[in-house]
Design a protein around this ligand. Structure first.
Ligand code: 5GP
Length: 210
């Protein structure tokens, strides 16, 4: 990963969500699953732009995952560090009264880095959906991220997400740290850096919906 850090402002994130909203609107999704914590704010912003007059807002369900370094022993007894995913919080389908069968579901995270998280989350959701449907997958999954880092990934996109139009990244970035505003402990400095770097001005305002 390069030493460069890309600062992203709240305004820019809001506009990225607005920019992709028409494409997502066409998918006619039933609900959103946000991967926390980074997917929460984009999910909430996107929901604003998916709201149709006279219709209720899309429901957002939350899952929380954490990445950990996993030391694995290879056949020759040498150890290698891989990255594993731990579930911190998952959907309680009974309690939330949701059924994945026959639904179009949009999963949201902020950044696709090594792809480990997306790979894990979608595959686990597929297992849930197949169980609910009695074995066959009858759920259409879509994935939205603000940023996709152009780098060698540790995992593949699950086949249902690799299909055309099922994976939406608002922007592609080089392999460097993307600094999001909600992580900042000095939002004024963060905003100044975002303006100075100019990532915030790559939006064609005439293309924005509403
Ligand atoms: P993965 O490597 O599984 O694609 O990414 C896992 C998680 O690591 C992301 O959901 C995000 O929370 C965090 N992450 C990875 N790269 C970055 C980055 O450049 N900036 C920030 N803020 N978080 C990142």
């Amino acid at each position: 990963m390069s030493e460069e850090k890309i600062y992203i402002s709240y305004n820019h994130i809001h506009q990225l969500c607005q920019e992709v909203a028409p494409r997502i609107m066409e998918l006619d999704i039933d609900f959103i699953i946000a991967i926390g914590g980074g997917g929460f704010i984009p999910a909430r912003i996107l929901r604003t732009f998916l709201k149709q007059p006279g219709e209720s807002s899309k429901r957002i369900f939350a899952i929380i995952l954490s990445l950990y370094e996993d030391v694995q022993t290879r056949g020759d007894d040498a150890e290698e560090v891989g990255t594993g995913v731990k579930r911190i919080q998952w959907i309680d389908y009974m309690d939330s009264n949701i059924d994945l069968v026959g639904k179009k579901v949009l999963v949201i995270d902020e950044v696709d880095d090594s792809r480990t998280t997306i790979h894990y989350a979608i595959n686990e959701l597929i297992k849930d959906a197949e169980t609910q449907a009695g074995g066959e997958l009858k759920t259409d999954f879509y994935m939205f991220v603000l940023h996709n880092k152009l780098k060698e990934k540790r995992a593949e996109l699950p086949a249902c997400i690799a299909k055309a139009g099922h994976y939406i990244a608002a922007r592609e970035t080089p392999d460097c740290w993307v600094a999001y505003p909600w992580e900042s402990d000095d939002i004024v400095h963060h905003q100044l850096m975002a303006e100075k770097q100019g990532y915030d001005i790559d939006i064609d305002r005439s293309s924005l919906s509403r």
